[in-house]
Write a protein that binds this ligand. Structure first.
Ligand code: FES
Ligand SMILES: [Fe+2]
Length: 373
């Protein structure tokens, strides 16, 4: 799992003045809004006795731990310890990690890492979001598979005729013509020709008089750390799915989807669009849940790649580079989804680097990450 990236952790319309727990990279966070509406993201682990701040309450912009009432500010520093006499000072170590947040595309993003602002990789661009000809639906599903397996599944065009043969794949035309990959440091995309069967149901009915090309161009792409795009050009218009693969743990993934379309843009068609997204995910789910090994191998030669796997190979190569530079967080020290633990580690936040004088002020150790083996 990659640290030092912006992660979309929740749909923005779900974040309010009630503290909310979200999980990413095997760590729990609490999300809430300040009185002025800014999103706050803190480690959900009180440094006193490990209470979950997300079960606490807000007083102004401060969050109160439900166990002994310690109050933390938006920067993660504790501002009140009720059991202490008034004159006692609050220990410097009474602080939790606070993560930078921003809102974009109707999502709250948290920067999970300790890089200073100027060095942070960019948030993926979603041009359809501000394009008035598109309308969007939200969707989500939890899958019992590793997030890199679910990520690769979406950029993998060759599985479409087999796994989605009854929806948009065409078992009679499984060949993938050669395609080029457009790659940057943070993304890779390819235009791939597919030959889907005619659309069924409502979309088929409403588009039956339109000419149907033999091939449609589908654009598949990944955007680090965990976003994949699937742009399908249908005879009736464009359907573009942005798929956020959020690692709840090594073996559970919360897939959040923003689905944009520029046809049937009335809200009457939202339910139908969601049903189509769900159908696709339900077709993929048993496949990704049964893949072995569960975790994506680090060694390229541990699985066999062919020409049509170019996007996945590009992903594995790039992730290997980032792992080498220390951006991979542990396979062994994940807090959630594992057996009971005696220690808690967290993703280091920017304050740990910004303030060297605070270097010793952290109760929970930072995840050290996996050294390339
Ligand atoms: S565990 Fe949070 S205040 Fe004691
Ligand atoms: Fe699929």
């Amino acid at each position: 799992m990659l640290k030092n990236f912006w992660y979309a952790v929740e749909f923005a319309d779900r974040v309010d003045r009630t503290p909310r727990r979200v999980t990413c990279l095997g760590q729990d966070f609490v999300l809430y809004r300040t009185e002025s509406g800014a999103a706050v993201c803190l480690s959900d682990l009180c440094v006193h006795r490990g209470g979950a701040l997300s079960m606490g309450s807000l007083t102004g912009d401060h969050i109160t731990c439900p166990y002994h009432g310690w109050q933390y500010g938006t920067d993660g520093a504790c501002v009140r310890i009720p059991a202490n006499a008034e004159e006692r000072t609050i220990p410097r170590k009474a602080r939790v990690d606070a993560y930078p947040t921003t809102e974009r595309y109707g999502m709250v993003w948290a920067f999970l890492g300790d890089l200073p602002e100027a060095e942070r990789p960019p948030i993926p661009v979603i041009p359809e979001h501000d394009d008035a000809s598109f309308t969007a639906v939200q969707y989500e599903m939890v899958v019992d598979a590793n997030y890199e397996r679910t990520l690769e599944n979406v950029v993998d065009a060759a599985h479409t005729p087999f796994v989605h043969g009854t929806s948009f794949g065409n078992p009679a035309k499984p060949q993938i013509p050669d395609f080029g990959v457009r790659q940057t440091d943070w993304s890779a995309e390819a235009d791939i020709l597919l030959s889907p069967p005619p659309p069924k149901g409502l979309w088929g009915l409403l588009s039956r008089r339109r000419p149907r090309p033999e091939y449609v161009t589908v654009t598949n792409g990944w955007y680090l750390p965990n976003v994949v795009k699937l742009h399908v050009r249908l005879p009736i218009g464009d359907l573009i799915l942005y798929d956020f693969n959020i690692p709840l743990s090594q073996e559970r993934t919360l897939i959040k989807i923003l689905g944009y379309r520029n046809f049937f843009t009335g809200s009457w068609a939202d339910g139908n669009t969601r049903q189509r997204i769900e159908k696709i995910l339900l077709q993929d789910r048993p496949i990704v849940e049964s893949q072995r090994p569960e975790l994506l191998p680090f060694d390229l030669s541990d699985e066999l790649h062919v020409r049509s796997d170019a996007l996945q190979v590009a992903y594995r190569r790039r992730r290997a580079q980032l792992r080498k530079q220390g951006w991979w967080v542990g396979d062994d020290d994940i807090v959630t989804g594992d057996a009971p633990r005696r220690t808690a580690t967290v993703i280091a936040s920017p304050a740990r680097r910004d303030n060297p004088e605070l270097a010793s002020a952290w109760v929970h150790k930072a995840r050290t990450g996996g050294e390339p083996r």
